[in-house]
Design a protein around this ligand. Structure first.
Ligand code: A2P
Length: 414
């Protein structure tokens, strides 16, 4: 009797739908466009993925790092993966021959270097060397934690259109450690148009590690009520409207924490260059407040803080009042307003150019850059930083490459 014909087996790259937080980092990072998504799942095209691993380390949850041995001829299709609520169990394969090229690449995946390319999203695949240890994935879609709303306040002036809220969530005696720059997932109650539970939505925390109220087991979020999509068409943001309408005392299902790289340095003398628009100010508030608390108790521990913050006008800039109160010697603030009657439209990148000499001075030192906000600003900010460097005799390309490698350049846009 002849031995059974061996079947070709591949190590198929899969994303765990239960842990994935839909941050789009993998899709943006993938150099061969092997990752795609629908309204629920992020999935990998088996015939396009070359297992280069560029997407592995930027993923904030580790949901990206799943490799199943499957017969090449019956690799999971995109359609199958889009229908999953959880990963299928590993297959029992005992007569296969591993496709060696795919296997070798997959084995090296975790150590792959991320290429620096200013035309696409560029961000450090590692945290600052002195960042604190982040906890991630303590609570998942299947195992969320219940938080209680301790406060819900409108931040924007009642006279303006933007409805941005400061929402405080309390965890009582439950464990929920979180660092500045990390995010949490919110699970809106109810089901979507297909009768499936709503997917979680991600929010960056706006409070420091010691709590929104120091010593309390709580955190805060900066949430803008979504009433239109990116193209300006009317829409109702499920999670943002749910959160903005929550009364004090309501309970919320939370997952997380998430994020292992977008973290702040803890060593003395490290400078923070923070660039944000709108609710992208959340991580900047968290980091600034952590430094402020440290300095108010331990004296001068950090380096310089410089903030570029863009909003339509002062009335729509979250935390404008409290920010104004922070002294100049603690933080150098630059506000960019785009819709003020009688004034030219100004974006953060214009303010960066205007403060070019000071920005370059900071870039020459032990500086960590954080960018957060609208996707559209990313390119403009990169161009402004390049121009500032050129004018001040700095090689931006080399500097950016070094900062990315050293965990000193962090971008989160949406
Ligand atoms: P604009 O008035 O042109 O929309 P939002 O209020 O929508 O969250 O936006 C926050 C700020 O970011 C606004 O001032 C907005 O200006 C600005 N903005 C929009 N697009 C860009 C961009 N490409 N680069 C920098 N800032 C931008």
């Amino acid at each position: 009797m002849n031995a059974p014909e061996p079947i070709a087996i591949i190590r198929q790259h899969l994303i765990d739908p239960e842990v994935c937080i839909r941050c789009n980092t993998c899709e943006e990072t993938c150099p061969v466009d092997a990752i795609t998504h629908d309204s629920r799942n992020y999935v990998v095209k088996a015939d396009v993925c070359n297992a280069c691993g560029a997407c592995i380390s930027p993923c904030p949850t580790g949901s990206i790092d799943h490799w199943h041995l499957v017969p090449k001829a019956s690799a999971y299709t995109i359609e199958e993966q889009l229908g999953w609520d959880e990963l299928p169990p590993p297959q029992d394969l005992d007569t296969g021959v591993l496709d060696q090229a795919a296997s070798d690449n997959a084995a090296e995946a975790a150590g792959e270097e991320v290429q620096v390319n200013a035309a696409t999203s560029t961000t450090s695949p590692t945290p600052p060397w002195s960042a604190a240890h982040p906890y991630v994935n303590l609570y998942t879609l299947k195992n969320p934690i219940t938080a209680t709303v301790a406060g819900n306040y409108r931040l924007t002036d009642p006279s303006v259109e933007s409805d941005i809220h400061h929402i405080v969530l309390d965890f009582g005696t439950q464990v929920f450690p979180i660092l500045e720059g990390q995010s949490i997932g919110i699970i809106p109650p109810g089901t979507d148009a297909n009768g499936k539970p709503h997917y979680l939505r991600m929010y960056s925390v706006a409070s420091p590690r010691s709590g929104e109220r120091e010593g309390y087991n709580n955190l805060s979020l900066t949430v803008k009520r979504v009433v239109e999509d990116h193209e300006g068409r009317p829409t109702v943001g499920v999670a943002s409207n749910y959160l903005c309408d929550l009364p004090k005392g309501a309970t919320v299902q939370v997952t997380g924490p998430f994020g292992v790289n977008y973290l702040m340095p803890n060593h003395a003398g490290s400078n923070l260059l923070m660039i944000c628009t709108g609710t992208g100010s959340a991580p900047m508030r968290a980091m600034t407040e952590h430094r402020r608390r440290l300095e108010s108790t331990a004296g001068k521990v950090g380096g310089k803080l410089m903030l570029f913050f863009g909003a339509r006008n002062a009335q729509e800039l979250p935390y404008f009042g409290p920010l104004l109160k922070l002294p100049e010697h603690f933080i150098d603030k630059h506000f960019a307003f785009s819709r003020v009657d009688g004034q030219p439209k100004t974006y953060v990148q214009d303010k960066i150019r205007a403060a070019g000499a000071k920005v370059a001075e900071l870039l020459r030192g032990d500086t960590y850059i954080y960018i957060c906000g609208l996707k559209g600003m990313e390119m403009g900010v990169m161009d402004a930083l390049r121009e500032v460097c050129a004018a001040e005799g700095l090689d931006w390309t080399a500097l950016l490459d070094r900062m990315v490698r050293e965990g000193r350049f962090h971008v989160e846009t949406y």
